[in-house]
Design a protein around this ligand. Sequence first.
Ligand code: CP
Ligand code: NVA
Length: 298
Amino acid sequence: MKKDFVSIKDLSKKEVKELFLLTEKLKQARPKHEKPLQNKTIALVFEKPSLRTRVTFETGIYELGGSPIYLSPQDIGLGKRESISDIARNLSLWVSGIVARVFAHQSVVELAEYASIPVINALSNLEHPCQALADLFTVYEKFKAFKGLKFAYIGDGNNVCRSLMLLAETCGLEMWVATPPGYEPDKKSQVTNHKSQVLNDPREAIKDADVIYTDVWASMGEETEKEKRLKIFKDFQVNKELLKYAKPECLIMHCLPAHRGEEITSEVLDSKNSIVLQQAENRLHTQKALLTILLSSP
Ligand code: CP
Ligand code: NVA
C-alpha cells in the first residue's frame, strides 16, 4: 500500500478487500487482538471540530497499543504559526503517523509530501475517505456483496459524496446521486461504472434503491451559505414523503452529525431502517485496520 491515505484513489480494489477482511477480524477479536502500534505515537492534527473521527481514531490507536496526541487548531496553527512543510518535517522526527482534518485538501496533500511518516486524511473539503471506508464496509456487512445493489446519495455533492463515489467505483457498486443543479460532485469524482448516474431528481435516484444516504447541506467551512442552501436543497430532504418512492425495506445512512429537520427528518433518522449507528461504530474498526496496514511495519 502507498505511504499515505489521502484519497480513496490511494487504494486499489485488492487493498480495499484486504482492509475489509482485516476489519472483520479486528471487529470479531476485539479487544483480544494484536497490538501493532506498541511504542508508537500518532499525532492528530485537527483544524475543524469532530466527535466520531477524533474519538474513533484515539480509541483505535489505544486499542492497537499506541498513544495519540491531539493537536487542536490553537496548538499548531497549520500554515499560520508555521508552514505545513515545517510541521510535517518536525512531526516526522517524533511520531509514527499523522491523522489530519483540514479545510483545504491541499494541506493534507502537502503534509503527506513533506512527512516521512504515513499521513491519513481525516476529512478535507474534497474528501472524507475514512468515512467512505466505514460506510461501504457497513453496506458489505449488511448485504455480503456489492453486485446487484443500488446505492442512492441525496443532497450536496460534497466531500462525503466524492469519497463514496470513488469507493463505489473501486468496489463495483452502482451509485446514483441526486443534487440540486450546480451542486453535483465534480466530474473527476463521478463513477464511470455505466449503471451509475448523477441527476437532479431525488425521486428518480431512490427508485428501487437498497440504500439511501444523505449528509448536511452546508459542510464545515460553508456556514455562511447555510440560509441560501436551506432554500436550494429543500426538495432534497430525506423524509417520509420522499421515501414513498423507495423500496419499503430500503436502508438509511448518514455520516453524522445530522441536522435534524434539514437534510433528514428525525422520523427517518431514528427509524428501524436507519443504520447510522452501525456506520459510526464501523469507523472504529475500519480505521483500526487502516492504521494496522499503514503503521505496523517497523
Ligand atoms: N462523520 C464524522 O466524521 O463525524 P465527526 O465530524 O464528528 O468526526
Ligand atoms: N460534509 C460534512 C461531513 C461531516 C462529517 C462536512 O464536511 O462538514
